[in-house]
Ligand binder design. Sequence first.
Ligand SMILES: [Zn+2]
Length: 335
Amino acid sequence: MSSAIARIFATVLPGLAACATSGCGRADAHAAGAPGEHGPPRGRIVVATSTLCTDLARTVCEGVPGTQIEGLMPAGVDPHLWRPTAGGARMLARAEVVVANGLRLEGRMADVLPKLARSGCTVFEASSAIPMDRWRTADDAHGQPDPHVWMDPSLWARAAEGLASCMAREDPDHAAQYAANAAAFAARCDRVAERVHAAISTIPPERRLLVTAHDAFGYFGAAFGIEVRGVQGLSTESETGLANLRTLLDEVVARGVPAVFVETSVPDRAVAALVEGARARGARLATGGTLHSDALGAPGTPAGDWEGMMLDNARTIVTALGGDASGLDPGEPTR
Ligand SMILES: [Zn+2]
């Protein structure tokens, strides 16, 4: 554990101790509907790490009474680099269930999540609900699985089913509701996948190359038939290699790819360097827009939930690479 996180947890040890003795909230004041020490009854507290995990938890727990979802990371925050704040640590200490992505997405929480699990809280990792043979490993990632599993709708549906099973064990009275929510979400995932696949297939084949700031779109590319390159590696903590930039530049220029993309949660320096390099060679390369990779947009905006994010990203990509994005219009019903 880093000294910073150790200091944070030192301030909330009493809270963690309460969590450890609660048996994941079944037996005491942590239980759903049980009265808080002061004030009205508290719900079952589910704390999720990234905005994608918070959205998943809200989807699976929708309509279940006595369940309160709290998100640790605000919109637009990079989960690779996020460290628990003092407020976040207090939130975690009250949680009965923590929903994380896993596969080291929450790189700065690597010590915190096992500690919570040992303390008696249930820690659900979305990636653990996905069969290991579906995990993707990037060529240059030294065997580290790609954590960006939400980019493939069929995998994110599995994550929802896994969370529904986990919540049913915590809260058997509402098992049917959790299962129904996950099944409804899986159906939505199928429809999103159909629409995105159809739109991506309208991009001229030689332009089906998605270049982004970091390597977050591998699952997206595999699911929808578009090659993917990230200027940085799987984590935004990776250094951008000059050799990698040159190789990418050669490929983008040779294929006449018209656009590369920045990401909301990652600085755009590396992508800007790529655009500048291509223009120096006389190529027409533009920034095709901003994609939501590791963080949702603010609530109420087009990319404010998983479905909106997938459609918004696809619309940006298809439009900039010269395809037909009309099937992704917001007015098109998915639900
Ligand atoms: Zn990432």
